[in-house]
Design a protein. Sequence first.
Length: 396
Amino acid sequence: MSDRSGSSEVPPRVSAADLHTRHAQLLSDRLAAIEGKVAAGERLSRDDGLALFEATDLLAVGALADRVRQAKHGLATWYCANTHVNYTNCCVNQCPLCAFWADPQDERGYLLTIDEILDRVAPDVEAGATEIHIVGGLHPDVGLDFFLDMLGRLHEAFPEVCLQALTAVEVAYAAKQSGLPVADVLARLKAAGLSGLPGGGAEIFDPAVRQRICPNKISGAEWIDVQRQAHGLGIPTNATMLYGHVESPAHRVDHLLALRDLQDETGGLAAFIPLPFHPKGTGFADLPGPTAVDDLKTMAAARLLLDNVPHMKAFWIMLGPDLAQVALRFGADDVDGTVIREEITHAAGARTPERLTIADLVALVRGAGCEPVERDTLYRRIERGRELRQWERVPA
């Protein structure tokens, strides 16, 4: 623009440093606004969730999540003595995100018999496990009858042990194979001894992302509906989110808000478990996977957005014990359990141990300045005798 004298006005130049400063101030202002909401007990919005993932002050985000965590639980941190069973790696879905699956005709493929499952878990239960965690692939020859027999025999053999078994994906597959409604399948599983659903298979709900990472798996909406029907039958569940692959922060936020909406409706979610993607051996082996900063920020954002979900798990199998310990001050209040035997994540290159002892978990929790509390699947407190194999539930 020229004035009447013919001179030209040149707008002031803004340096890259100035732009960075302005952006940092904007992020700081947004985080301050979120802090105000947290202090007032107000629910965070989608924009708030995006701001948490964009924030560069990781410690500030973590401090907010820790404030919420301590308001809910103090420094109490939960763990359980559990054992894992992956009854088959054969899966008709053949998801690109998974390194565990095998074709039923492949020499790597296996299917455990129910006797083999019982033989695997018996020593762990004898040693004091209070939970048996059971998930697997979608084997073309496995359906509802197998699950009912498996749960029934396990419950008969170990009536005091919680059976946390079958993802929503497996439940939907059993319904399809049997021709029964999902609600009927869930009711029969509960009658056979099912204590709760573990929450896997959620991945990322966005349809476009799902089409890339697990195109043959049930949709996000179907996954939510299985959970909804489980809650309606009094079956508690966990929920997960697999992150660090092809999704964006917006996809993560929308996933978390969909879970928040479900919890508003049913109140049936016991815990949320963010799962960092391990790319080795998958169809996305060229991806680097999430960083430690991303892991901690995701945990903190989940704690802040999921205001109605009681517990946040730092799953040490996927995070590693050291980072799981740090996550206890970024919103997590649970380190899952002893695990004893884990195959799915290790098939994707996890370098973590396949088991931790109760003493390991207690030391991990105390090392974070927190107070260890043993629980079962349903968050009932456990007390042990002088011998670890002797335990009892503490009345509420």
